[in-house]
Design a binder for this molecule. Structure first.
Ligand code: NDP
Length: 238
């Protein structure tokens, strides 16, 4: 049977394109997002059959546990997990509401930890399983106005390296992909002309450029515990 890939945050943006590329490579894809209709619409647009949509808030432990049990039951063992579910609530720390800090940390960091935990037992039963967490270049460098978001993404780096050590002996690989500015709903409010001046390649990236890198990490059988920065050179200028 073909490999099963679970893409959290697969209904829109980077995750949607990751789902599309995985389906084109012959994987069955389980698309996870809070909005069931959006996840279903994403599934309907995928190449091939046997893809499924699941509604789940990754920041809620019980929902994650139940969703991964349903995935296992209806789709089988998981080969690939991509954690692309994420939110930003950007503001200077002094103006940031504590509930927004909690929402960002719970979705971006705790959410990825919960989905990895829920997927691992299933992944132990497949050959060459791999996880890609989506971090951010601001998790590596910091950014004014993004204290909670960058903390969540920096946390993902430590989490990814630690989990990679925990599961390497079981031949499960875990890597972090750190994009710069990418054209999605998340950056829709930003003016590219202003932001692009600080990017050596002079433009925002596309979700396809990030999805290609995610596929590379899923298939790179001798790469684990690494951070792959895909940012048009932004990090060089930060
Ligand atoms: P989008 O806003 O386009 O998509 C976010 C996806 O995550 C949607 O499918 C959304 O679906 C899902 N999602 C959000 N919260 C939850 C939740 N609690 N539970 C389950 N699903 C959730 O974002 P991007 O594609 O731009 O971002 C994808 C990842 O890449 C994020 O982790 C982001 O931080 C990271 N990133 C993005 C960059 C960019 O410039 N765009 C730069 C660097 C990193 P729904 O709303 O239905 O739940």
């Amino acid at each position: 049977m073909s490999r099963l890939a679970v893409v959290c945050g697969g209904s829109r943006g980077i995750g949607e394109v990751v789902s599309r590329l995985l389906a084109e490579r012959g994987c069955r894809v389980a698309v996870v997002s809070r909005n069931q209709e959006a996840a279903q619409a994403a599934v309907a647009s995928l190449h091939g059959a046997d893809h499924q949509a699941f509604s789940c808030d990754v920041s809620k432990e019980q929902q994650v546990q139940e969703t991964f049990e349903r995935i296992q039951k209806t789709c089988g063992n998981i080969s690939y997990l991509v954690n692309s579910a994420g939110i930003n609530r950007d503001a200077l720390l002094l103006r940031m509401r504590p509930e927004d800090m909690v929402a960002v940390l719970h979705t971006n960091l705790l959410g990825s930890m919960l989905t990895c935990r829920a997927a691992l037992r299933s992944m132990l039963r497949t050959q060459g399983a791999a996880i890609v967490n989506i971090g951010s270049v601001v998790g590596l460098k910091g950014n004014a106005g993004q204290c909670a978001y960058s903390a969540s993404k920096a946390g993902l780096e430590g989490f990814t390296r630690s989990l990679a050590k925990e599961v390497a002996s079981r031949n499960i690989r875990v890597n972090l992909l750190a994009p710069g500015f990418i054209h999605t709903d998340m950056t829709a409010g930003l003016r590219e002309e202003a932001g692009a001046r600080s990017i050596p390649l002079g433009r925002f990236g596309t979700p396809e450029e990030i999805a290609q890198a995610a596929l590379f990490l899923l298939e790179a059988s001798y790469v684990t515990g690494q951070v792959l920065v895909v940012d048009g050179g932004l990090q060089l200028a930060m």
